[in-house]
Structures are given as structure tokens and as C-alpha cells.
Design a binder for this molecule. Sequence first.
Ligand code: P6P
Length: 358
Amino acid sequence: MEQVMESETVVRAKSFGPGRFQTLEQFIIAQQHRFPHATGAFSRLLRDLSVAAKIVNRDIRRAGLLDVFGDTGEVNIQGEQQQKLDLAAHNEFVRALQRGGECCLIGSEEDEHGIILETHPESEGKYIVLFDPLDGSSNIDVNVSVGTIFSIYHLPEGIEPRDVSVEAALQPGVEQVGAGYVIYGSSTMLVYTTGDGVYGFTLEPSIGEFLLSHPRLQTPKQGKLYSINEGNYVWFEEGLKRYIKWMQRNADEPKRPFSTRYIGSFVADFHRNLLKGGIFIYPATAKNPSGKLRLMYEANPMAFIIEQAGGRASDGHTRILEKQPQALHERTGLFIGSEAMVLRAEAFLRDERPPDIL
Ligand code: P6P
């Protein structure tokens, strides 16, 4: 009997059988079965986003070989140089959501007004998706990890998809039904929550599947890493300056000094702190009174994830998820990460003695 050699891919695919790893699709379907009235629309929406993520991943991995480095010469709504891959990523996610038909409204960092999608007769079009298609894009040309961040809301009751306007997206973060990010790093991971824990999937390039690698992620209550651009120190409020000096002191309870880790790519800094413990701070300052990061498609989705992982997120005073948005692209100060570290930062900002909390 001639021994038919299976291709390496087939062998590897088999080695990723149900006993080893669950694919994102299998996981999404398994989760859907937990909701008796689920129609599959949300599952299809997540699948649409994961397909776009794989395409963006492919383009990023080849960025050095294709003419996609550098900027388009355009400036986006944020007043930032629009990188070619920014636009390519934005277009991929828009196309995926258009094809899927489950989304009726998109809010994207790369689009000033919001994009209303035609819904399909065979799908419900009851979701609103907000995203930063390629966060940290200024790092693309120097080969530093970048990411995509997305946030999912239901279309508010009583509004038909054909009547949707961008105001329908202006819901507080507590109304999110899903949130996630993709980190294009040493490996490509998709991390998301729907309110029942945080799950991380690592892309296996040889079979083109996201495989469950980090089930029920929890972030340490206390960490030793802090991420902040201290180049802005002169514009920090006094309480934050005191917090930074407290973290740098040679002391115990908790053991300090902490280490600073700042990549300048929010998704990468967030992901490391999520896994290892730590705090990421981009505060409102005298120079940037509203902060830099955007509430709707950066702070809110990451706040949903960090709270589901046992952490905390505020603007230093107010819980991020309870902030009532006034505009699609509004910015916010952000303190996000290990619960004890965010609580202590908030105490310093209230000008209190460092409390013995947690
Ligand atoms: P700064 C990237 O442009 C970004 O929006 C985040 O990804 C990152 O955390 C932050 O800005 C870095 O800002 O002012 O420290 O360069």
C-alpha cells in the first residue's frame, strides 16, 4: 500500500484537533449556544471582524515589501498624518462589515462623520461597530507592534437600521455588547469579551485560524509596570506627579520602585499590562485638557475588557464606562490596568495620602 504523505499543513491542521485548540469560529458558535434566542447575527459580526483582521495582518506582515509604508499625504479627523496602512485597514474593516450585513453604522477613527451601511434583506443590521483600524500607526515604519481596537453596540430600541444616524452610536461604554482588539505583534492575537470573561486567540498562520490560547484572562490586582509618556511631565497635574514619584520610591508595600514600560502603541502597552499587571496612563494635561485617546473606540472597548479581566479604568476621577459621550471622536484622560494601581492613582489625584488599599 503506497504511503500517501500528507502535506505538512494537513498534518499540522490535524495536530490542532478539538483536543488541542478551539478555533475562534468554534468558540463563537459554542458561546452562541448559551443564548437560546441568539440568531447568529452577533457570531457572524465577530467572524466578519476576524476575517478583516487576518487581511490586515497579511498586509502588515508584508508592509516592508509593498509600497504601503509612509503616509498618504492626507490628514485625518484627528489632525494626524494618515498612514497608508491606516487607510487600508479602515477599508478592510468597512468592506468586511458591508459584506456581512449585520452592522448598520460604523464609527472609525479614519472617518469624520460615521458611515451608514445598507443592510441586507437576509440580515438584521442591528449592530453598531466603532473602531480604530490601526492604532499606533506612527510605529508602522519602525516595525513596532500596532493594533486594531473595536467596540460593538446594539442599535437602540425603536430605531430601524435604515433610519440610523451617528447619534445612535453615542452610548456610554456600559452599553457595549462586545469589545476587542487585535495586536499585530511577535504573534497576531485577537482578544475580546462579550461580558462573560476575556478570551485570547492566537493566529496560526499555517492554517489561517485564530486558536483559543488564553481562556478567561485575568489581570493581576497589583502590578509593577507603569506606562506613561513622562515627556509630558511638566503638564501633569500635581497629584499625578506625586503618584509617579511614589512609584519611583525605593520602598515596600507594594515593593517599589516599579519599572516603566512605554512602547507608544496603546494596544501593545495595554496587552502587556493585561497579562503581567500594570497601569497605562494617558492623562488629561494642561497641554491636552481632554487627553489624547478617544473615548468611543479606544478607552471604552479597553475599559470593558480590563473590567472583565478584574482590572479598572477611569479618567482619573470617573469610571470610563459610565462617561456619557457627546461626540464620536471625543477624547478622554485614561488610567487603565491593575485595580490596585488605578485606585491608588485616583487617590493621589484626590490629593489623599497613599491609601493602604488592596
Ligand atoms: P504619545 C498612538 O498614536 C497613540 O494613539 C497610542 O497608540 C499611544 O499610546 C499614544 O498615542 C502615544 O502618544 O503622545 O506618547 O506619542
